[in-house]
Design a protein around this ligand. Structure first.
Ligand code: NAD
Ligand code: MG
Length: 398
């Protein structure tokens, strides 16, 4: 029986995880559930899954959570605040942690799970982008195992031979990440000028949280995933490629030196990747229907348009620059996406904010957590200034 802590339980990945967990009460139980502010939703999940520990990150919501739990007759430990997230990730109530908080907010709990030697099911790609080397050191220290939940990395993991010490030893030439191209594939820059948050969040193939949906629309998500692949598979930047595949049925590929390409295919449903990681090295039913290739009909592939979708090009640049550059890229993006979703920044302003932030912050070493958090904070302040200037410019236009 595995005992699971789901951090980000009220989100899209959280819901998919709990759906798989509920299908296998003989294999999985829930040890802890954590969310940001949605006390009612978290309490409802606690009533269904009966964890030992419920954590609400925002202390201002703790009383409301306690009230909902009391009303639902749920008797579990309740904690709040950033330290409580770390406790939820590292305590004895779980052997497996699903890191599904969105953004830098998930960094410390993800590191804590790794350090504590938990099986780490990682969706929180921003944590890897910010602190890939630190996370790998924490995994070594804890002796646990990381299993990627991001569908592309989960696919690559499935296509690599088990236990190979390096890509070279496995005869791997390249990792090829697929990208759907997002809702605006094929559009020109001019056509992207007036995009609204609702349009950006309407992804053609996947139902996800709003932040990653916007990231998919800018292709910055694929950029974060390139950096994630670099860390998770020890792949140098020149051995990671991106191909646009609008159907999102091939979730990624591994190219071998003999010319073989191994791919993982399936429905665009995160429960497949989650079930794989939860049960690894076994396989269990994920509640996902089979992929009917004849009904799907065709698989298309094309080159990404790096001029229109600057986000992907900027991420490759940041990975090449190294040091603090990926931290700056991520922080500027988080601030810019929040401003876009808030109506304070036009869609094209997201990439512009990131580019200006990277230009203004030469890559510096950022090895330990203090330096990482410092680079993150400095970049967020810089991004806020740029966003304010860009939004003044937009409102000054006739
Ligand atoms: P979401 O917005 O649906 O859910 C986010 C979750 O994180 C919520 O439970 C929220 O309460 C919690 N959260 C937000 N801010 C927090 C904070 N400050 N402290 C504690 N908890 C906080 O997001 P999502 O789509 O589920 O994505 C979660 C992560 O998984 C992201 O890193 C995303 O890039 C990654 N991911 C998601 C998908 C997907 O299909 N949704 C696929 C691949 C990777
Ligand atoms: Mg992905």
């Amino acid at each position: 029986m595995k005992s699971i802590a789901v951090l980000g339980a009220t989100g899209s990945i959280g819901a998919s995880t709990l759906d798989v967990v509920a299908r296998h009460p003989d294999r999985f139980r829930v040890g802890a559930l954590a969310a940001h502010r949605s006390a009612a939703a978290l309490a409802a999940l606690c009533a269904t899954f009966r964890p030992e520990l419920a954590v609400i990150a925002d202390p201002a919501c703790e009383a409301e959570l306690r009230e909902h739990l009391r009303a639902a007759g749920v008797d579990c430990r309740v904690e709040s605040g950033a330290d409580a997230l770390v406790a939820a990730a590292s305590g004895a109530h779980c052997d497996t942690v699903v890191a599904a908080i969105v953004g830098a907010a998930g960094l410390e709990s993800t590191l804590a799970a790794a350090r504590a030697g938990k099986r780490l099911l990682l969706a929180n790609k921003e944590a890897v982008v910010m602190a890939g080397a630190l996370l790998k050191a924490a995994l070594r220290e804890g002796g646990g195992k990381l299993l990627p939940l991001d569908s592309e990395h989960n696919a690559v993991f499935q296509c690599l031979p088990r236990g190979a010490p390096s890509l070279d030893a496995a005869g791997v030439r390249r990792i090829v990440l697929t990208a759907s191209g997002g809702p605006f594939r094929g559009r020109t820059r001019a056509e992207l000028a007036g995009i609204t948050p609702e349009q950006a969040c309407a992804h053609p193939n996947w139902r996800m949280g709003r932040k990653i949906s916007v990231d998919s629309a800018t292709l910055l998500n694929k950029g974060l995933e390139v950096i994630e692949a670099h860390h998770l598979f020890d792949a140098p930047v020149e051995r990671i490629d991106v191909v646009v595949h609008p159907q999102s049925l091939v979730h990624s590929l591994v190219e071998y030196v003999d010319g073989s390409l191994l791919a993982q295919l399936g429905q665009p449903d995160m429960r497949t990747a989650i079930a794989y990681a939860l049960a690894w090295p076994e396989r269990v039913d994920a509640g996902v229907g089979l992929l009917d290739l004849a009904a799907a009909g065709r698989l298309d592939f094309e080159k990404p348009d790096l001029d229109t979708f600057r986000g992907l090009a900027l991420a490759f640049d940041a990975l090449r620059a190294g040091g603090s550059a990926p931290i700056v890229l991520n922080a500027a993006n988080e601030e810019a996406v929040a401003a876009f979703l808030d109506g304070r920044l036009p869609f094209l302003g997201i990439a512009e904010t990131i580019e200006r932030c990277l230009d203004a912050s030469p890559a510096a070493p950022a090895g330990d957590l203090a330096a990482i958090l410092d680079a993150d904070l400095t970049a967020r302040r810089q991004a806020q200034r740029i966003i304010a200037a860009l939004s003044d410019r937009a409102s000054a236009r006739p």
